[in-house]
Design a protein around this ligand. Structure first.
Ligand SMILES: *Cc1c(COP(=O)(O)O)cnc(C)c1O
Length: 399
């Protein structure tokens, strides 16, 4: 899911570098720019303006870590920060099969181990988290003295761009008093798209926390993500720590009511908010939404070309901006000798096209197909013609 960038953001980066701001805290203009970006995210997520808040992060991986820590401090209380997790019961976190590994990583770092992540099966047709399976797992764990901590909804899965039913997960979480986190790393941006794509992420406002990236699908160059929460106090309770050398003052540099170091891991942090703010202001949320819609339509168009192709087969219906396809049975039979000899045809084609510069496809493994071609379309410069070129190039390379 390699993002792109806007030229204007390059200028913003240069400008930010000359200012050399530290976003950890204190009273300066850059903090107000990040506040504006966070307020925009809160609004776009559908969180209440008076409680919603967040912080910019290196990416969604860090946002996931912040969210999971905030979830456990909310559940076990501030004492956890002092005493650690020793003596507390084991927790379990739930996410659909195909959820990103950053959740597992966060649980490893938090000391729970990756076994604390339970992989919930998905509906065979839609690929969304199976809510009956989720309820059964939560019940089973609770009766085994394990503490269900959080459910992670995926809004845009890496392999197929599938969105869990966030509304159903949100309702389930509120009925069980579970933290609801949404991994919307790239998928957040359909929020700005036209129907039917914007509806994929309905129910997002029910989350306690959202991890998202600016650097994947919103045309902001690397690196910038965000952790956005329905209640800013949850982050503050989990992360605020003010020794005398970070005490706030009534005025001067140590003045100001907002110190971002209260909301996350980083104390010293650069002014990435400026390139985000510049991108949103200059490209505009309307144009960005149109670009997101276009990318989804391009993925659908690619799916259509694949279905028409005498060589290829579409693996799954295109949901958002990802199209996965494979060699059809006919071609597979023709290539069976090479495949039996250990030639990885898909990998070879993908590499050749990348090196020639014709198209940048990736590969993944899907049930029923094995290794497949994967196109993740996130570039606002991509055209319908690029899609045609990519599919023709794959076909030519396969012949
Ligand atoms: C990329 C991605 C992540 C990790 O985000 P980083 O910004 O790379 O840390 C998590 N979840 C999904 C769905 C992703 O696509």
């Amino acid at each position: 899911m390699h993002g792109t960038g806007l030229p204007v953001a390059v200028g913003a980066e240069m400008f930010a570098a000359t200012m050399n701001c530290n976003m950890g805290g204190r009273d300066h203009g850059a903090v107000e720019v990040e506040r504006a970006v966070i307020e925009w995210l809160v609004h776009t997520a559908g969180f209440p303006a008076d409680t919603g808040f967040g912080v910019l992060t290196g990416g969604t991986s860090q946002a996931t870590l912040l969210s999971m820590h905030a979830a456990r401090v909310r559940l076990f209380g501030a004492d956890l920060r002092k005493r650690g997790i020793k003596g507390l019961p084991s927790v379990r976190v739930y996410a659909a099969e195909g959820a990103h590994t950053c959740i597992k990583k966060a649980l490893e770092i938090l000391g729970y181990g990756s076994d604390s992540l339970r992989s919930v099966s998905v509906d065979e047709v839609s690929g969304k988290m199976d809510m009956t399976a989720l309820a059964a797992m939560v019940e089973e764990d609770a009766s085994n003295d394990l503490v269900p901590l959080a459910v992670v909804g995926t809004a845009g899965s890496v392999n197929l761009g599938i969105y869990d039913n966030l509304r159903e997960i949100g309702e389930f979480c509120s009925s069980k008093n579970l933290w609801f986190h949404v991994d919307a790393a790239f998928g957040f941006w359909v929020r700005l798209a036209a129907e039917p794509f914007c509806s994929l992420i309905d129910g997002l406002h029910m989350a306690h926390s959202i991890g998202l990236d600016f650097h994947k699908w919103s045309s902001v160059p690397y690196q910038c993500g965000a952790c956005v929460v329905r209640n800013g106090q949850d982050l503050k309770n989990a992360f605020s720590m003010r020794p005398p050398y970070l005490a706030g003052h009534a005025g001067g540099l140590a003045g100001g009511d907002l110190w971002f170091c209260d909301y996350g891991i980083d104390l010293s942090r650069g002014f990435s908010a400026l390139k985000v703010w510049t991108a949103l202001k200059s490209f505009g949320t309307k144009s960005l939404g149109e670009a997101i819609t276009d990318n989804c339509l391009q993925a659908q168009y690619m799916g259509m070309l694949v279905e028409k192709s005498p060589l290829l087969v579409l693996c799954n219906p295109v949901v958002s901006n990802i199209c996965c396809f494979a060699m059809n049975d006919n071609l597979r039979a023709k290539k069976s000798v090479a495949a039996a000899a250990g030639v990885d045809i898909i990998e070879e084609v993908v590499t050749v096209l990348q090196v020639k510069g014709d198209a940048v496809l990736s590969t993944t493994i899907l049930p029923g197909y094995g290794k497949v071609f994967r196109a993740a379309i996130v570039n606002h410069r991509t055209t319908k013609q690029d899609i045609e070129i990519a599919i023709s190039a794959v076909e030519a390379a396969l012949l």
